[in-house]
Design a protein around this ligand. Structure first.
Ligand SMILES: C[S@@+](CC[C@H](N)C(=O)[O-])C[C@H]1O[C@@H](n2cnc3c(N)ncnc32)[C@H](O)[C@@H]1O
Length: 324
């Protein structure tokens, strides 16, 4: 009895506010919002992009919901359940199956749920101008996670007038890759393959097709050694093994500022040198990333998404997870 009562005291109450302010929530489906974002005459502002983020989050957990007009309360309840997936919470009472799902895709959903950063990155990709003409627009998302960046490339292709779009994601986590493949398949956005993006064989499906855009979000977080994640190795594979296919591609990130510390040996890596050093004076394996190029601006990793934080209600800012 006492144990039960004390467990109840640890139980978190439901969040008081909705995950987005009611004034910016659009009573439209994810499909409607994406169609609007694909119109080059429409500004990709914070409110429209935040609507895309929260509705895509819902569609990831409930595949098929991209066609529905969801209520803000419904979307907020799912976020509340997600941020409390590891804890006792009033909103997760009798939701064992949902809790299991949120735990199994949790690490992918954590990236999407960093709403300000996700919006900033989505905007940079969606507004990019491809150098290569001639369709169909061909895009690759390396370490595709939830596939959010594939949605952003789809919007890029529409804003630039491409009629067809062929997108493939590569993800090494099988559970996440299968889920994303299902969600994006239902949305008609592309496919995800379970594969290691460091291996050149993983790109056999390209068969010589030239890429318009490549997303490679496999960097470690700020101040951690570059060698902790596969970004540099994947870039080597892309630029050495797939030189022709990547020759005219746009990239996310556009560039990466690396250094020994935030003030020493700072060097910019970009696609002109395949995201590698041009001299080996100080080895890359001892370097750490500090900033990335986004929409032509070098942005400190901790500042990515800063401009969109003002849209997130105060109670949610600390509850939402971090992308990196
Ligand atoms: C920062 S997350 C990317 C998030 C994703 N862009 C999104 O918006 O949901 C990095 C992802 O890269 C995947 N990954 C890391 N190294 C990889 C590799 N060598 N091959 C394939 N996937 C890899 C991880 O499993 C993880 O899902």
């Amino acid at each position: 009895m006492i144990k039960k009562a004390s467990l109840r005291l640890l139980q978190r109450p439901a969040m008081e506010e909705t995950v987005l302010p009611g004034e910016i929530y659009r009573h439209t489906s994810l499909n409607d919002d994406l169609a609007e974002a694909g119109n080059p005459g429409v500004e990709l502002d914070g409110p429209l992009l935040l609507n895309i983020m929260v509705k895509f989050f819902h569609a990831y957990v409930y595949p098929g919901s991209h066609e529905q007009v969801l209520g803000l309360d419904e979307v907020s309840l799912l976020f509340d359940r997600f941020v409390h997936r590891r804890l006792g919470s009033d909103v997760l009472e009798n939701c064992l199956d949902l809790r299991k799902q949120l735990l199994s895709y949790g690490f992918a959903l954590c990236m999407l749920a960093d709403l300000p950063k996700s919006v900033h990155i989505f905007k940079a990709i969606a507004e990019a101008k491809p150098q290569l003409d001639g369709g169909p627009f061909t895009g690759l998302d390396i370490g595709s996670g939830t596939g959010l960046l594939m949605l952003a490339m789809d919007v890029q292709s529409r804003r630039n007038g491409f009629e067809g779009c062929s997108l493939v994601g590569i993800e090494r986590n099988q559970i996440v890759a299968e889920r994303t493949n299902e969600v994006l398949g239902r949305m008609g956005v592309g496919n995800v393959l379970v594969s290691d993006a460091k291996k050149v064989d993983s790109y056999g499906f390209l068969e010589g097709r030239k890429l318009h855009f490549v997303c490679n979000e496999t960097l470690p977080s700020s101040g951690r050694s570059l060698w902790k994640e596969d970004f540099i190795f994947i870039s080597k594979t892309l630029f050495e093994g797939l030189e022709e296919q990547t020759a005219h591609a746009g990239f996310f990130p556009e560039s990466v500022l690396v250094g020994r510390t935030p003030d020493e040996m700072l060097t910019v890596l970009d696609s002109s040198a395949g995201f590698q050093l041009t001299d080996e004076e100080y080895p890359l394996r001892l370097m750490k990333p500090y900033a990335i190029g986004l929409s032509g601006e070098m942005t400190r990793l901790e500042d990515v998404g800063k401009a969109y934080e003002k849209f997130i209600p105060a109670g949610w800012r600390s509850a939402l997870t971090r992308r990196w």
